[in-house]
Design a protein around this ligand. Structure first.
Ligand code: FES
Length: 574
């Protein structure tokens, strides 16, 4: 393979110049203990690390950065660690999605402004994966993504516990009076056993798997448990490989072709993955100039069944998936649907990377003829309630609700929802359609994961565990339920969701991919004439950027000024 000469590396624009600035760059590296020969005429690799004390999924990434450095050094490169926004999914409010684009911008600018030739990206918790990927795509330097890896399987009183999925499940049991407050306290400390990303096929596992399928990780990286020794070895391997990638000049633009995106979509479908993948892949595709959006998920879901028997749609957790062969094994099951010619970061094709893969447990990774569910993974709905589309996950919904007509019960905010949902006087039946608005990309802000609206307590006590719910919010990939999500345009910008009223009939027909409100057009027009846009929430700061520049769900929620394929200009060095 043709190699780039080290003298022409980007980093050497900083270090090799014979002027006062070059002196200062070399001097300041030596100030922190690097020798001249450590960084002169060697690939300098940035390790973008999203570790923080408030990101439990990434608690081990400081140590993993050391393993990455070991690999870089052994391959003859120079590692430099650059901390970035950590985005711990559970801790960051109002929602990490509000900050995905900030991490993307930060990643792009960290890489642009520093003397680095390539990058290893350390992330994995939900929004860190697309955030890092978006920035690396736009900067287009050689990059390998190292997923943080899932936490160990949870267990409580002899039953498997899935992070997120069972939190919601047992919360409902508590509200229904089926477990005690003491049980709940015990569950709190016993349900998650180690650092690492959620052990279900939630957003983190979905996106990390999709990154592997698209060629942005080393083969087999996405399912290695965070605590497994193999994870540290994978980190060192990523460090070793990125040095060669820089010399080969293998960049994201040579990996992320249309076929790679299709591979990502098909993988998400076969996994029964998170609905968040539609938003993130759409955003990534738009930055690559590839015409793939949520509709591709609907199309592929009609062809490819869910074969990963993982929470929330199935019965197992990521540790089981890893032991069953991990993602390469799953990809080998759907190989005839994939573009096997696409290249990965290791320089090989996807076909080469999965040629030796085997499934070791047919119940965890099912044969195509024995899928986990006969329902599709994703459905994109349209109708007068969602002219630009809405998304749902039939594989994690109740079959009897997939065709349903019921009266709306509308909540204008999450605060109102929280205050009213358990009111014994709430006028609600199992046929009611719960509606939440004001929770979209602008209105949320950042489209919080409020889409699995809680079931009213009095219905929980009567044994109801699912209802049709409609919102412009997202839903955690770990959750389940008949939830129509990502309604676009959102209510905050005047989408039809803003016009519906309690009592209006909502008609959901998933087989027909339809979501309608049964209100006459002239009545909707009359309500529209009365509608007034909310006053802006932010007067200054990052929130202003979000309010003014975030796109709607069907376009990937990127900032308008970050979209597109324009080359990022190199900084002037003086
Ligand atoms: Fe980090 Fe779920 S909270 S992956």
């Amino acid at each position: 393979m043709k190699q780039r000469s080290v003298e022409r590396l980007r980093s050497q624009r900083w270090y090799a110049r014979e002027d006062m600035r070059g002196f200062a760059h070399r001097q300041r590296m030596q100030q922190i203990g690097y020798r001249r020969e450590d960084f002169m005429n060697r690939p300098v690799i940035g390790i973008i690390n999203t570790w923080s004390d408030l990101s439990p999924c990434h608690a081990h990434l400081r140590e993993r950065a050391d393993a990455v450095k070991r690999g870089i050094l052994q391959a003859g490169g120079c590692p430099v660690e650059l901390p970035a926004l950590s985005l711990g999914e559970v801790m960051v409010k109002p929602t990490t999605m509000m900050y995905r684009n900030l991490l993307a911008l930060e990643t792009e600018e960290l890489l642009r402004s520093h003397p680095v030739d390539g990058a290893v990206l350390l992330g994995g918790c939900d929004k860190t994966t697309p955030g890092l990927a978006l920035g690396a795509i736009s900067m287009n330097l050689a990059a390998i993504f190292l997923p943080a890896g899932p936490m160990l399987s949870g267990n409580w009183r002899g039953a498997k516990v899935g992070a997120g999925t069972d939190t919601r499940r047992y919360w409902d049991e508590l509200r229904a009076g089926r477990i005690s407050p003491q049980d709940w306290v015990e569950f709190e400390s016993r349900s998650v056993r180690s650092f690492g990303t959620c052990n279900t096929m939630g957003t983190a596992s979905t996106m990390n798997s999709v990154m592997e399928a698209m060629g942005l990780t080393l083969p087999g990286a996405s399912a290695i448990p965070a605590v497994d020794a193999a994870h540290a070895r994978m980190a060192a391997a990523a460090g070793e490989r990125i040095v060669a990638m820089v010399l080969e000049d293998l960049r994201p633009s040579a990996i992320l072709c249309e076929g790679a995106f299709r591979n990502g979509v098909i993988t998400a479908v076969a996994l029964g993955g998170s609905t968040n993948a539609l938003i993130h892949l759409t955003a990534m595709a738009r930055r690559c100039g590839v015409a793939i959006d949520g509709n591709a998920f609907d199309i592929e879901a009609r062809r490819t069944p869910v074969i990963a028997n993982l929470f929330p749609a199935g019965q197992y957790l990521m540790e089981d998936f890893y032991n069953a062969g991990g993602l390469p094994a799953l990809l080998s099951r759907i190989a005839d649907r994939l573009d096997l010619a696409c290249r990965a970061v290791n320089g090989k094709t996807l076909g080469e990377n999965i040629a030796a893969a085997r499934v070791f447990d047919d119940d965890v990774i099912r044969p195509l003829e024995s899928p986990v569910t006969t329902e599709v993974a994703y459905a994109v709905l349209r109708g007068n309630l969602a002219p630009d589309g809405a998304v749902m996950k039939p594989s994690a919904a109740s079959r009897h609700l997939l065709r349903h007509v019921g009266p709306a019960l509308v909540f204008d905010s999450h605060k109102e929802l929280s205050e009213r949902i358990d009111d014994p006087a709430l006028d609600v039946t199992p046929d009611t359609v719960l509606v939440l608005r004001g929770a979209g990309p602008v209105g949320g802000p950042g489209m919080p994961e409020w889409g699995a609206l809680p079931i009213p307590r009095k219905l929980l006590e009567a044994g109801v565990r699912d209802m049709v719910r409609v919102s412009d919010a997202r839903m955690s990939g770990t959750h389940f339920g008949t939830c129509v999500l990502h309604v676009a345009p959102e209510s905050h910008v005047g989408g039809p969701l803003a016009l519906i009223r309690t009592g209006d009939l909502i008609a959901l027909d998933v087989p027909a991919r339809s979501i309608e409100v049964r209100v006459r057009d002239d009545e909707l027009a009359r309500r529209r004439a009365d509608w007034r846009p909310p006053t802006p929430r932010f007067q200054r700061g990052y929130g202003v950027l979000v309010e003014r520049h975030i796109g709607q769900a069907h376009t990937g929620c990127d900032f308008d000024f970050l979209e597109g394929t324009a080359t990022v200009p190199e900084p002037e060095i003086y």
